[in-house]
Design a protein around this ligand. Sequence first.
Ligand code: FAD
Length: 400
Amino acid sequence: MTTAPSIAIVGGGLAGLAAAAALAKSGFAADVFEAAPQLGEIGAGVNVSPQAIRVLRAIGLGENVAAAAYVTPGVLTRDMHSGATLAYRDHANVEARFGAPVCSFHRADLLEALARGVDRGRIHLGHRLIAIKEETVGVALRFADGVTHHAGLVLAADGIHSQVRRALYGDDHPSYTGQMVWRALIPGASVPAAALEPGHVQWLGSGRHFFAYYLRSGDVVNLVTQQDTEQWVEEGWSIPGEVEEMRASFPNPEPRLKVLLDAVTRCSKWGLFLRPPTEHWGRGRIQLIGDAAHAMLPNAGQGAAQGFEDAYILARWLAAMPDDPVAAMENFRRVRIPRVHGVQRRSAAIVRAKHDYELQGENTARAKVDAVDAMAWIWGYDAVNDWDKVPAEPAIAQPH
Ligand code: FAD
């Protein structure tokens, strides 16, 4: 009889907790080592697309996830200055077509929903990995508090600045993309209904866009923006921002957008960092997942979603090949890398089209770069039935 290898997951973020839950569902117990003293994140929203919601359901988290979700009816796109409607992406048929809706979450709520699928006694908080060593029959993990842990397999879900990636491949620092993000949460009660329709509203302007959407049954409105700027000087990638500076980033806003900007009392700003698509996803007994393997721009709303696909598919491979986890992880990379590279390219292409603002330009076409049909190959992917197949990569996934 084969003994299942002990599994350590480095990072208790969205991908790491989803992996722990997926492994638990497949009968594997994994230990999660998270650097932060508690689970949770900066206050912010995250959207999860239908194919990833189906994956979370298959992991057994459907009820927890549904309880935390705000199901968005659609995405309305406006001109940032005139307020003119450029497009509406109706989500009325999304569930019928893709088997699940697009869901919006407060990140803390989503993390909590994932953690409910995991034995809490195996989530080790305050454990910052500082070194990793491949051994003959396993991997040694050393943490900042002096603890050393030996595991048969390691899943590295420690995010874009992954320590495990650095240990395996050297300092391939992600580079600043020339884009930064403002994020803020405001109370739903501070937003008059006339300023924000239910669902998502995005405003497009020159070299920037601004998204607003409700969370927590409308109690909270999430604001998230993106703009082209070379003026990112801070070394950190998430720092407190100045509200006046955020407002000044959106000059001449149409009245609805101005209401939202005026309601902001606290905000954070983020530099968007990226590394090009790479096949450096791990080796031997170490597997990178989530942003540690494939950080991408948030434009396609797929960073977390791809981490959830990783979690599910990796657990399926490990369950299918219990005698040879190294080969299982090779198979995981074989099926995952082509799809994720396609999503990364799609994500890179979207922002260029959105930010190409010309008053006389073809605004409607610009607004439709993330239309439902354009996302269908991503949202329609059936990881549950096709986890062991290399998905077809469409031609539209090319940057332009
Ligand atoms: P992370 O969420 O970064 O988690 C990594 C975890 O590892 C953290 O908990 C961290 O504390 C821990 N860690 C780090 N180093 C160590 C260490 N040395 N030892 C132990 N633990 C460690 N994606 C979507 O799907 N939909 C969206 O709407 C969306 N919007 C986004 C908006 C913005 C502005 C940004 C920046 C990203 C967005 N994303 C979105 C992307 C998404 O947030 C990421 O892809 C996702 O959080 C990646 O999850 P992860 O678990 O791989 O990494």
